[in-house]
Design a protein. Structure first.
Length: 137
């Protein structure tokens, strides 16, 4: 299993909307950055992802599960980009803010800090565990 972080602006698609999509999940579409799209293509069924509210909040707010691997993004007219389907797993007990993430030296290597505009990024298992612990403090 691999771990990822997916960014969404909460006024466009929020963790609560994701939760309402139920067991059928929802397409994670609209990604138009080639590196982020490559990350979507590398996702496998069963991979887990942090759900990150960008712009408003700037914090990890939940966890979703990949339930369908990469397929053509219906919102892309060019046919070049893909989407995956993700299902709500849980809201974090306590959201983990970008500010707190930046203060943790063990997380300084994350793309969330180094490539702040990237919307889909891998998270190593050690960082996944640290971030989960941070959500329970």
């Amino acid at each position: 299993m691999q771990y990822w972080l997916l960014k969404s602006e909460p006024d466009v698609w929020s963790i609560d909307q994701q939760k309402k999509s139920g067991s059928k999940g929802a397409a994670w579409d609209g990604v138009r950055n080639y590196q982020a799209a490559k990350n979507l293509k590398n996702m496998k069924k069963g991979d887990q992802c942090f759900f990150y509210h960008s712009n408003i909040g700037k914090e990890i707010v939940g966890i979703v599960d990949v339930i369908k691997e990469a397929y053509l993004d219906k919102t892309d007219q060019t046919g070049r980009f893909v989407a995956v389907t993700v299902k709500f797993i849980k809201k974090l007990d306590k959201p983990v803010t970008l500010e707190k993430i930046k203060k943790n030296k063990e997380l300084s290597h994350l793309s969330l800090i180094k490539q702040s505009r990237l919307s889909v990024m891998p998270i190593d298992s050690k960082s996944w565990k640290i971030l989960n612990k941070m959500s329970k403090l």
